[in-house]
Write a protein that binds this ligand. Sequence first.
Ligand SMILES: NC(=O)c1ccc[n+]([C@@H]2O[C@H](COP(=O)([O-])OP(=O)(O)OC[C@H]3O[C@@H](n4cnc5c(N)ncnc54)[C@H](OP(=O)(O)O)[C@@H]3O)[C@@H](O)[C@H]2O)c1
Length: 247
Amino acid sequence: MKNNKENSEKIALIIGGSRGIGRAIALRLAQSGFNIWLTYRGNHAAAEMVKAEIEQTGRLCETLCFDISDYEETETALGEKTEARAPDVVVYNAGITRDNLLVWMTREEWDAVLSTNLDGFYNVMHTLLFPMLRAKKGRIVVVSSTSGQIGQAGQVNYSASKAGLIGAVKALAREVGKKNILVNVVAPGVIETDMTKGLPKDQILPLIPLQRFGSPDDVASVVNFLCSEEHMYIHGQVIGINGGLAI
Ligand SMILES: NC(=O)c1ccc[n+]([C@@H]2O[C@H](COP(=O)([O-])OP(=O)(O)OC[C@H]3O[C@@H](n4cnc5c(N)ncnc54)[C@H](OP(=O)(O)O)[C@@H]3O)[C@@H](O)[C@H]2O)c1
């Protein structure tokens, strides 16, 4: 594992780092010595709080506010940022849900989820890939979901977007492996964040062999491993973090 000093000139870009899982990943990578570029959509107060927490660890943090579903906004924000140098690590974490049974699902609910979760991947990665290819190194971790692996009733839009990310990463891994860019997916189960506040947890808990919901730190430790470990031969893989919900 790289020690903190070696990592200190490295930059981790966290897409969607202001809350929940992204916040925990940003803090964990800062503890491992990375300086952080942290993006978010609109929650300035939350982003500023994470920035302050990161700076308390002695690392630098810059915040960038833009909507990943908007190509031009994304290209402007990340294009400027990566002109001088590429990030060493990219964690594509931002995502939303708009749950409904498909028979009731509106076109807006479908479009909102697909344009953020899946089009956002294109918008972000298309902007970052040239600088990363030039650097001839890097790690990319994409946050999918158990829903994208096994499907979830009421989440046809979300499951499609998260399964799409898995396909996209597998293909991208074949494109960029020879450039020493390692790309993997983590697929969390039910993690306690703002996103899962309204779920019927009493009905879900019996389905989880570990008999607890996940914490953002459970996800952050796996992402940190994928990004910080020097000897890494894991590439194009999907790592479930779900307490056994999907086996
Ligand atoms: N929680 C779970 O159980 C669970 C399970 C499996 C997978 N996941 C996935 O894990 C990721 C994080 O989930 P979470 O529970 O931590 O969510 P969360 O607490 O709702 O946080 C979402 C983050 O994404 C950002 N974001 C959302 N839409 C965006 C957009 N259009 N442009 C830019 N940033 C945007 C938010 O920024 P603002 O703060 O500015 O809104 C925030 O930083 C998501 O991809 C989610 O699908 C979560």
